[in-house]
Ligand binder design. Sequence first.
Ligand SMILES: NC(=O)c1ccc[n+]([C@@H]2O[C@H](COP(=O)([O-])OP(=O)(O)OC[C@H]3O[C@@H](n4cnc5c(N)ncnc54)[C@H](O)[C@@H]3O)[C@@H](O)[C@H]2O)c1
Length: 224
Amino acid sequence: MNYLRPVIGRVNLTNCVHSYAKPPRTLITGGLGQLGTALATRLREKYGRDSVILTDVKKPSHKVYSEGPYAYINILNYYEIESMVVNEGIDWIVNYSALLSAAAEANVSVAMDINMKGFENVLNVAKAHDLRVFCPSTIGAFGPTSPRKKTPDLTIQRPKTVYGVTKVYMELLGEVSSSAFIYGNVVLLICEVVKVFVCVSACVSVCVSACVSVCVSTCKHNIS
Ligand SMILES: NC(=O)c1ccc[n+]([C@@H]2O[C@H](COP(=O)([O-])OP(=O)(O)OC[C@H]3O[C@@H](n4cnc5c(N)ncnc54)[C@H](O)[C@@H]3O)[C@@H](O)[C@H]2O)c1
């Protein structure tokens, strides 16, 4: 499973491959912003009208309702995300919910909640239900000390805005969570192997001691 594999750099949807027998079902959060409806249209063209559930905390236009499934989800509420995932058999989450740029600077604690706590909720639901997650970062995750020309993906990131800081947090949490998840699975696998080994050794030792006691009692019987 590599659903939490961090992808740093450009993502090209047309080259995006998936390993599902059926078309993936996608939940888009914060879907009524600049990017959400366009992505929903693109994914619906590719995977079918009902394969995408667009969500946001705002009431959509009639056009949005007519184009495909729409629901209310506040990403600050873990259970709202989880119940949608479970009830609708979601495979992918695209997390577009965020407070951007100037709005984030004007509402620091709300921005931290939505961009950080909200992302944590999305990540935790994804971990619990084996989902793939996409959450975009921003040029604002870099700062004045980042190299300006041919800026590499892995470089100095000391943004001077709250928005940038929340996006660096998101990038790092995604990266750490994916490796922690893989590490956790390896540990679980080792535990399973150890359990099997202990069971087999216990069975062997029970069998051996049973054979020995049978032998001993047979010998005693023969001697007497
Ligand atoms: N638009 C860009 O040029 C651009 C550039 C770089 C990165 N991004 C990133 O792409 C993502 C989407 O950007 P956008 O331009 O569509 O943003 P946007 O501001 O237009 O939309 C964000 C949406 O999030 C919703 N939202 C706010 N609080 C919410 C909550 N608690 N629960 C659920 N939804 C909530 C808002 O209602 C809004 O519709 C963001 O993560 C942003 O940082 C955008």
